[in-house]
Design a protein around this ligand. Sequence first.
Ligand code: GLU
Length: 386
Amino acid sequence: MQFSSSIPIEPSATLTINSKALEKKARGERVYNLSAGEPMLAPHPAIVEGALQAMHAGKTLYPPVAGIPELRQAAAQWMRTTYGTWFEQKNTLVTCGGKFGIFALLEAYLQPGDETLIIAPYWVSYPQLVKLFGGVPRIIQTEEKSGWKISMSELKKIETKIKILILNNAANPTGAVYTREELKNILGWAKEKNIIVISDEVYSGLVYDGAEYVSCGSFPEHQDHVIVIQSCSKHFAMTGWRVGFVFAPEEVIKVLTMLQSQSTTGTSSISQWAALAALEHATEIIPTVRQAMEQRRDIFIKTFAQLFGITLSVPASALYIFIAMRHLQLTHSDSVQFCRELIEKANIALVPGAAFGAEGYVRASFGADANELCESLQAVAVYLQK
Ligand code: GLU
């Protein structure tokens, strides 16, 4: 069968490995799954109650395409009170996870050949989605020794015309978090160059050690060219419910609503009512999820040090430890081959650094509980000793 040449992309590396792990688990095998990034916690009772009430009340027909007004309002209010952003209900779209928001934005903005700046290591889906809509990913590399952050001097070296910058703050897979000063400079540079900034902020609630988080939506002088992506997945441990948000100027929301009306129709009404309940309990749920993930991060680092004799650098945010393969005493740096062997021979699921634009690294998620993390690292150690 001949498929359209407009799908030149690869499947999501994170989800492909996660599916492989889930398949093996369903067959009854012991699997050590450190692949997909999700806080593995039971849903807060208020979230479950929100969904149940919606079902009992028959709120199960088509929701408005842009999302139920109560949720749009609550999400905008949450961003305003938490991060001092300028968004109102009319600037808010409810999407099927943060990923569909990025998908729809790239579809709306990109024309063939448009360059989109992506900072590596990047989340696996950015370059693929850019290619899907005919854009050209322009990858700019960062290094571990600079905290995996892009510097102004590197940005200023760029000579070609960039249409969009995708900024992932806080970042998957590195945990890098940008300061207000750094964001001010990046956004100033982007404005001068007429660049649209898509700021993917889905890990903003998982910033550790009491550090401050600054949203790109908190710079009113950049309202015209900054779009923020958010999600309930990480904040409320709601990955399977598929609720995300786009915050943008009203005319952008209108275009995306039109695209959504011709594609997903919006996310499940039940999930939307559950998300509203989550937001109503945000001040209780978000710190609980954050504390649990911070503890898991620390357990991962400690256990890794005990098993491998190396103290890894501690990520400031998100759900991942991005490990240089040399710390595993490997004699090669082919991350794809290593991760393939691990899942096939030892049922251990890690994601290769190559999928994030950083060969020689592997990504481990610390979203699983302490026991699972320790047993998984133990399994890696046993495999490597063989
Ligand atoms: N963002 C998460 C990850 O990187 C979820 C899976 C995905 O959609 O990539 O693991």
